[in-house]
Each structure stands twice: as C-alpha cells, then as structure tokens.
Design a protein around this ligand. Structure first.
Ligand SMILES: Nc1ncnc2c1ncn2[C@@H]1O[C@H](COP(=O)(O)OP(=O)(O)OP(=O)(O)O)[C@@H](O)[C@H]1O
Ligand SMILES: [Mg+2]
Length: 196
C-alpha cells in the first residue's frame, strides 16, 4: 500500500480514537457528577473572569467561523460563590455548541445581571432554533435534536447534560428558549454573596 494512503488511514484512526477518548471522558465525568463523587470546590470568585477564561481558548475558532462575540455586564458586584473549574466547563460547553450550531457570521451575546436575588447569565446564539418539543430533552444525556440537519450529528449529546449537572449541583437552573433568530440559554445561580 502506498505510504500516503497508509498515512491517511493512520490519521483517520488517530482522529477517530481522539473523538472516542473525548466521549469516554465525558461519560466518566458525567457519571462522577451523578454519583456526587466530585464535590464542588466553592470559592468566592469573579464570574465574568471565569467566563473569559472559558472563552479565551476558543477565540481563534470564533474568528475562523466569523462568529461575533459580545458581553453585556450589568452586575454591580461580580463576585459570587461557585466552583470555578466547573462553571468554566459549563460556559465552554455552550460556547463550543455555538461554534457548531450558530450560523456563519452569526453572533453570541452573553449578558450578566442580577435578577430576583440571583445571578442570571443569558447566552444568546444566532442560528437554528431547537424544535419546541426538544427543548426540555436537550439537557438529557445522549439527546441530540433533529435540528442538526445532517445524517451523522456532531458530538454525542453529553455537553448540555454535563452543564445541567454542574448548575443543579450549585442549586441553580439552566433552560433553553427559542428566540426570533436563534436560541438563548438562561442560567440562574443563587446569589450567595452574603454567605460567611
Ligand atoms: N446553540 C445551539 N443552537 C441550536 N441547537 C443547539 C444549540 N446547542 C445545543 N443544541 C441542540 O442540543 C443538542 C444537545 O446539545 P449537547 O451539547 O448536549 O450535545 P452535542 O453538542 O450534540 O454533543 P457533545 O456536547 O457531546 O459534543 C444538540 O445536539 C443540538 O441539537
Ligand atoms: Mg455540545
């Protein structure tokens, strides 16, 4: 067999096994979250800083896709009690989804505000809507909506299940809503800034 073809085969095997390793890691991580064997490491941290740590490694991919990103920060106090690593993971899952599902030249707008004594983070992503009947199921593991319009959907339907576990462990909520030209993910985190 010519060397070039062998190289191609090996390249395919490596990328397929990387994908499988990622899925296995996600399954194991979700298992741990479900079993409660990864306790939260709650610290008093700046939430917009945590968000920007999640965004930073994805900047280049946003540029490649011509996906515009903006932030609206209405918070007077940006410090909350949360597990920074886990919240970074939550943001990253939603940002990675936006790289997959947003329209080219679309946008992601993330807004931070306080609402009814809670931290509210809304992430609006332009692109395909999620069929109404799927909205409550996309947070279940392995559930992928038919909105992907492709035979072999990308990923394995674990990202949002992980997000839901992370936010409920914090006593918060996450939900998706369809908008005129896309989808908004609304995250509520209890405001425990006066915790001692
Ligand atoms: N921004 C979005 N716009 C439109 N649909 C979305 C968006 N984010 C998620 N979805 C829908 O919700 C489904 C579940 O998302 P989830 O992140 O759990 O899985 P995934 O991205 O398909 O796979 P994985 O996260 O394991 O790589 C997606 O398959 C897609 O149908
Ligand atoms: Mg995902």
């Amino acid at each position: 067999m010519p060397l070039e073809i062998k190289k191609d085969f090996l390249g395919n095997i490596i990328s397929e096994s990387d994908g499988l390793a990622e899925i296995i890691n996600d399954i194991l991580y979700l298992d741990k979250l479900e079993a409660g064997t990864t306790p939260l490491n709650i610290e008093h941290k700046n939430i917009t800083e945590a968000y920007n740590k999640a965004l930073k490694p994805l900047h280049q991919l946003f540029d490649q896709k011509n996906l515009h990103h903006s932030e609206v920060n209405l918070l007077k106090n940006e410090f909350f009690y949360f597990d920074e690593m886990k919240m970074i993971q939550l943001f990253q899952n939603i940002l990675e989804n936006s790289l997959k599902f947003a329209n080219e030249q679309g946008m992601v707008q993330t807004k931070f505000q306080e609402k009814e004594g809670m931290l509210k983070i809304s992430m609006f992503i332009t692109g395909k809507k999620i069929p109404e009947e799927d909205l409550e199921f996309i947070f279940e593991k392995f559930y992928q909506s038919k909105n992907q319009n492709i035979r072999k959907p990308l990923g394995s339907g674990l990202g949002l299940a992980i997000c839901k576990k992370i936010i409920t462990a914090h006593g918060g909520t996450i939900a998706a809503k369809n908008k005129e030209i896309g989808v908004t993910f609304e995250i509520f985190l209890p405001n425990q800034t006066d915790r001692t």
